[in-house]
Design a binder for this molecule. Sequence first.
Ligand code: ZN
Ligand code: ZN
Ligand code: ZN
Ligand code: ZN
Ligand code: ZN
Length: 566
Amino acid sequence: MKIETKTCQSCKKDFTIEPDDFGFYEKIKVPLPTWCPKCRQQRRYAWRNERTLYRRNCGLCGKSAVTIYSANKPYKVYCNECWWGDGWDASEYGRDFDFTRPFFDQFAELQHDVPRMALLNKRSVNSEYTNHSGDNKNVYLSFAAFFNENVMYSTWVFHSRDCMDSSFVYEKGERLYEIIDSRTSYGCQFCLFLKDCSDCLYCYDCRGCNNCFMSANLRNKSYVFKNKQYSREEYLKKIKEYELSSFLTREGLNKEFQDLMEQNAIHRYIISERNVNSVGSLLYDCKNVHQSFEVTRGEDSKYVYGSIESKNCMDLYHVGLNTELCYELHGCTRVSNCQFCHLCYDNMNVMYSDTCQNSQNLFGCVSVKKGEYMIFNKKYPKEEYEKLKEKIIEHMKQTGEYGEFFPPQIAPVYYNETQGMFYAPMTKEKVLAKGWHWEENIPGTFGKETIKSASIPDKIEDVPDSYLGEIFACDSCSKNYNITQNELLFYRKEKIPFPRRCPNCRYKRRFDLRPLRKLWHRKCMCNNEAHPNHLSMGCSNEFETCYSPDIKEKIYCERCYQQEVY
Ligand SMILES: [Zn+2]
Ligand SMILES: [Zn+2]
Ligand SMILES: [Zn+2]
Ligand SMILES: [Zn+2]
Ligand SMILES: [Zn+2]
């Protein structure tokens, strides 16, 4: 059993290739990685503009479309209707491969010529401002959202309705506001990690609860207020004392919730369930999944981030739904035996391709629909295709390109537009020093506000309809924002004060509340003498946790945690 230590070509730090990894690389015939896992993930982040939206005219029909590409980007962009339509053919851009030049240079040229899809948004009604989304109705400024109705400012939301400012609502959320990670919950506000809960406010890690307030680690409880059981009448009386529609009241509650999370709540070392031999966090029903985050029903996979149903895969980011033998992909769905691809759906045996759909046996293609045996968008007979593909792979081995994901230098989106800015933030200087790009025309205005934040009424019932026509400035980043009619109706109905922050800062706040996609080796912090598994000096269990040693929170091993939930 060999373990190989290599030096990362990007950060120059050492990383190891584990015995089990070699088999995978051999199976899909790729050389060993030259970048460490963290840098490989950052390289994929650099390709995902999830939430920076622009308006730009379609290159074919001329109509204004919402897109992830700013007008100054040197690409052809078609609105979704035109891109999916029969009015153009990607093979018209076909060309020969030049063996005197590197692969990525030629690929970048192809990307500049072939029309790109404005953004990923399918089968939706009145949901123009969504990306990586589909099957929605009345969904606004939401991302990675599918099968929803009346959802606003939310991310990673499925089969939900009437939700706002929530992230990771895995299934059936209804009337949720500022919720992070929930399954089948209803009427909850400002909670983290809920399952089957209703009418809970400021709760952490609760399941099967209803009508609970400012509490943590509850199971099947009702009328619990600050982790204390009350009668229904007593509970309702206590809740009534709070003026929930008041901004000042909510600010106080937010602070109290933060203290609850830091001082009293017990945090399980990772958030995962029903897994076999798996290491990571937010893993559900996985088997042999390692160093991965946010994976549901994964098997024999490693370095997977944000995936549903992937088997025998490595290095995926937002990839899934029946995916097998895949490596180094971003934003791909229902693909098998595909490597080094970006935004590809429903494909088999596709390599080094960008935005290709319903295709088989492609190499180095851009925006191909229903294609087969194509290289650089040019069709070949099957035998010729195989021969030429192998010849290009040999060439790429010589240039050191084979086995590497697309470099951020040729990404059609720039680093400060991508998820890289959240997961691996870098300054403009550092980004440019790497030869990556920085977008100067990020959408948004400053200083155009018509109402000062300080003059917004404390209570939502005092906010007039005329606010629909006003411009506000974010308390945190000063960027201007406005509100929609549905939004104002939601605030009034749910007794939520008018937001003082822009949608992006609200997203960032939720992002910061969730554990990182990172693991640390730590020891259980429990020293509760009542726990039977302890020796004299508290618990000796150690684990890989998604909580950094720098934070104050109480991090417990599985056994101690289970004794603290009630
Ligand atoms: Zn590295
Ligand atoms: Zn068009
Ligand atoms: Zn802001
Ligand atoms: Zn313990
Ligand atoms: Zn303990």
